[in-house]
Ligand binder design. Structure first.
Ligand code: WTA
Length: 654
């Protein structure tokens, strides 16, 4: 198993939460400690109690965990629930006039939406969905900018039991088409475009291209006017959002659904094949969102202004924007754009303007903002902040310290949250009242989460700092239920070894002397570029689909800001291009990948070679390519290769 040298550096600094943080927290350290103990002693009883206390059930459950269909575990499966009711209606008595969403567009337009207004908007849209034939179980694809309407669309689906599949607005038409087809979506909800990075992103054009000439299942496309750009509306298929919901009632009965009913499908990359549709449940997923909002983020709905910067196109934007904050009755900020527009002070300005208390973002953003200099945060009043969070990739201690000191004024705990699209909610993260933070460690598994590290045979590794596979031993409520339409792929991916006993996360990790977890990177061919998950295979397939390319291999290489960058080795048909021809082809291939997948997948570097390193039996030596990508010295014996001389060329030395 590969060991990442950097991540084995010893980091011993500890940062306990301040007295005042602990004093103001929703739970005392004793209460949190009791949760850990209860979960340890009576796992199912613990989750039963949480589910009863925190969810408003349409029909109570009697069964807690069902293992009959293992590893497709089911939770609370004879109960019924409506997620939208839990996120909105149940707060109306107390919070009708409290702001649910403070929206800020990249160009500065703002809008405050109360819980009552959100209720009415969601109901109108849900009624329109129903009138247009969308029923419980139908799939609806949402391809929108990061604006409040995206949350309205998701909540409206949840209200009538339609299963949504949000596709990140940065994905290309090709990527959108694949997802729409796999999900068998009846409808797409989109916008003319969105504002991002100082430009407009023309979403509707991509929808048109995705649907062109394709006998897909889509009957209707609902289009929100956001940018006002000229777009084409196809007669009979396309309808403007405003017309779609015109005349609809402000009340729509929430449809109770079975606890296991799929709330959503979200596509994510794996090591093989096309992205897989991670299918989540309704009740168990909701419970994971609520408990972590309370334990990890300590959100106080009466005081906090919470802001998670993730786009709803990713899991973080599902659990910690569209569902979690609303389920606990919080006030949250939704911001449309990127951190660097108009300059690297934007995030801090938003924090000041809306008096953000709780701020959750990705290490890649922190590194980029740190690089821009402290003159940006220095211009703004960040004194309302009381808790900071990170997600998506390991944070290097230097960035952690900058975040802690410059943004948090050395008074805010930083919750480093490890989790995945598949886990639905935070899994390993500090509850600051009881767990001191250490820069770079996601600390300890949350109450009711049984994460351990094992060796190849599945034996638990107890030696401190020895790396191994990160696995979850017991099923948990918010876990993935299956891969949409592909139970076999679900089992092969997540329960491939250890006799199906443990959920395999796909990460390497180690535990230090204090039992703190340190994530060491993926065990598979998945890259983490700016916190975005990308499969090397997907990028390779995109490259070989280009007429000039015969073969391609993609690996990650360390990158100061993005964490990891994409390096592609490309073998062309015919001669290896050189000089200007090579430069031109690099440009073309980067553009090509952008069209095939999306700009986030563009290779940072492309190296042309005569061949790839192969064993005598013709297998590509991926491990060797990964070492080359990392710039490591090649110490392994390469004489057994079919073509040892190729190594120098791939390293750029020949
Ligand atoms: C990585 C994002 C280190 C990890 C929520 C995981 C992390 C993958 C952390 C999932 C963290 C996520 N520290 N690594 N705090 N959080 N990862 O599905 O490799 O987009 O397997 O979910 O991101 O990425 P995904």
């Amino acid at each position: 198993m590969s060991q990442n040298i950097e991540s084995t550096l010893v980091e011993n600094r500890r940062f306990p939460a301040s007295e005042s943080f602990i004093h103001n927290a929703q739970h005392s350290p004793e209460q949190i400690q009791a949760l850990y103990e209860q979960a340890e002693n009576d796992y199912e009883g613990f989750w039963k109690e949480q589910a009863e206390a925190k969810i408003d059930w349409s029909k109570p459950f009697s069964s807690v965990l069902s293992t009959e269909r293992a590893p497709h575990f089911e939770w609370f499966n004879d109960g019924e629930v409506n997620v939208s009711y839990n996120c909105i209606d149940r707060h109306l008595e107390e919070r009708a006039h409290q702001t649910a969403i403070i929206f800020e567009g990249e160009r500065g337009d703002t809008r405050h939406i109360t819980y009552k207004e959100l209720h009415d908007e969601v109901c109108r849209f849900a009624n329109a969905l129903k009138v247009n034939g969308i029923q419980k179980g139908d799939r609806v694809v949402i391809y929108m900018p990061m604006i409040a309407h995206a949350v309205v669309a998701m909540q409206a689906c949840a209200r009538i039991g339609a299963t949504h599949s949000v596709v990140f607005g940065g994905f290309s038409a090709e990527a959108l088409r694949d997802r729409v087809a796999d999900a068998g979506a009846k409808m797409i909800i989109t916008a003319d475009g969105g504002f991002r990075g100082g430009k407009t992103v023309r979403l509707k054009d991509a929808v048109d291209a995705a649907l062109e000439g394709n006998p897909l299942s889509v009957e209707k496309v609902v289009v929100l006017k956001r940018t006002g750009d000229d777009i084409e509306m196809k007669e009979g298929r396309d309808v403007w959002w405003d017309e779609f919901e015109a005349g609809m009632s402000n009340y729509c009965d929430p449809v109770p659904v079975e606890a296991e009913h799929p709330l959503f499908i979200l596509y994510t990359s794996g090591s093989t094949g096309k992205p897989k549709g991670v299918q989540h449940s309704s009740a168990g997923y909701l419970l994971g969102a609520i408990t972590t909002m309370q334990w990890v983020f300590d959100v106080n709905p009466n005081k906090d202004v919470y802001w998670c910067t993730a786009d709803v196109g990713w899991i973080t934007g599902h659990t910690y924007v569209a569902y979690g904050p609303l389920a606990v009755g919080a006030t949250q900020v939704i911001y449309e754009g990127v951190p660097m527009v108009p300059d690297a002070g934007r995030f801090w300005k938003v924090c000041e303007d809306h008096k953000v208390t709780t701020f959750y973002t990705a290490p890649t953003a922190i590194r980029a903002l740190m690089k821009a200099g402290e003159q940006f945060p220095d211009q703004y009043d960040l004194s309302a902040l009381r808790l900071l969070g990170t997600v998506g990739e390991p944070i290097n201690p230097e960035a952690w310290m900058w975040y802690y000191e410059k943004i948090g004024a050395s008074k805010c705990p930083i919750v480093d949250t490890w989790w995945q699209t598949e886990t639905g909610a935070n899994m390993i993260a500090p509850v600051p009242q009881t767990t001191d933070c250490k820069p770079g460690s996601c600390t300890r598994p949350l109450p009711g989460i049984d994460a351990i590290i094992v060796d190849e045979e599945g034996n638990e590794i107890t030696t401190p700092n020895q790396g191994g596979y990160l696995v979850i031993r017991k099923p948990w409520p918010s876990m993935i239920r299956t891969v949409w339409n592909d139970d076999e792929r679900f089992q092969n991916t997540y329960y491939p070894m250890f006799d199906g006993k443990y959920y395999l996360a796909g990460d390497n990790a180690r535990k230090d002397e204090d039992g703190y977890f340190w994530i060491m990177g993926r065990t598979d061919d998945v890259l983490n570029v700016s916190g975005h998950r990308l499969g090397t295979m997907e990028i390779e397939s995109a490259l070989v689909a280009h007429e000039a390319v015969a073969e391609a291999a993609v690996v990650g290489m360390p990158h100061e800001v993005k964490g990891e960058a994409v390096l592609a080795f490309v073998i062309c048909k015919g001669d290896r291009p050189e000089g200007e021809a090579a430069d031109a082809l690099v440009k073309e291939l980067r553009e090509w990948v952008s069209q095939q997948i999306g700009p986030i997948a563009k290779p940072d570097q492309i190296r042309f070679a005569d061949n790839l390193p192969k064993t005598r039996s013709g297998k590509i030596m991926r491990r060797l390519l990964r070492s080359i990508g990392k710039g490591e010295e090649i110490t392994s014996d390469i004489s057994t290769l079919e073509n040892p001389a190729i190594v120098a060329q791939l390293q750029g030395k020949a």
